[in-house]
Design a protein around this ligand. Structure first.
Ligand SMILES: [Zn+2]
Length: 101
C-alpha cells in the first residue's frame, strides 16, 4: 500500500492540509501550543470514556501525545517542556501543602 495519506504529526488523524490537521492548528495555520492540545485531547479522552477522571484522562492524553512526532520531545523529556510534569504511574496526589490555606 502506497502511503500518500498524510497523518497529522500532532494527533495522528489523517490530514489533507499538511503535517498538521485542521484540528491542531490555530487560525493562522500554526500548530497549537502543547497546553492547548493537551486540554483538547483530555476532553476527547473523557468523551471516549466518561468514566475517566479528569486526571486520568489527562494522563491518557499525555501518553498518547508522547507517541506523536510533534510532541514526543515535549512529553518524553523535561527539556523543552514548560511544565515539569512527567508520566507518573499514580496520578492522584494530595493537594500541595504549600499551596496556601
Ligand atoms: Zn491533528
Amino acid at each position: 500500500m502506497s502511503d500518500d495519506t498524510t497523518h497529522c504529526r500532532s494527533c495522528g488523524m489523517t490530514s489533507e492540509s499538511g503535517p498538521y490537521c485542521r484540528h491542531c492548528i490555530d487560525e493562522s495555520g500554526d500548530l497549537q501550543t502543547f497546553d492547548e492540545r493537551l486540554t483538547r485531547m483530555t476532553q476527547f479522552m473523557r468523551r471516549r470514556d466518561p468514566s475517566l477522571t479528569s486526571a486520568a484522562a489527562e494522563q491518557e492524553a499525555r501518553a498518547y501525545m508522547a507517541t506523536m512526532p510533534a510532541w514526543r520531545d515535549d512529553t518524553g523529556d523535561d527539556t523543552g517542556l514548560r511544565r515539569p510534569v512527567r508520566l507518573h504511574p499514580v496520578v492522584i496526589r494530595a493537594p500541595d501543602p504549600c499551596a496556601g490555606a
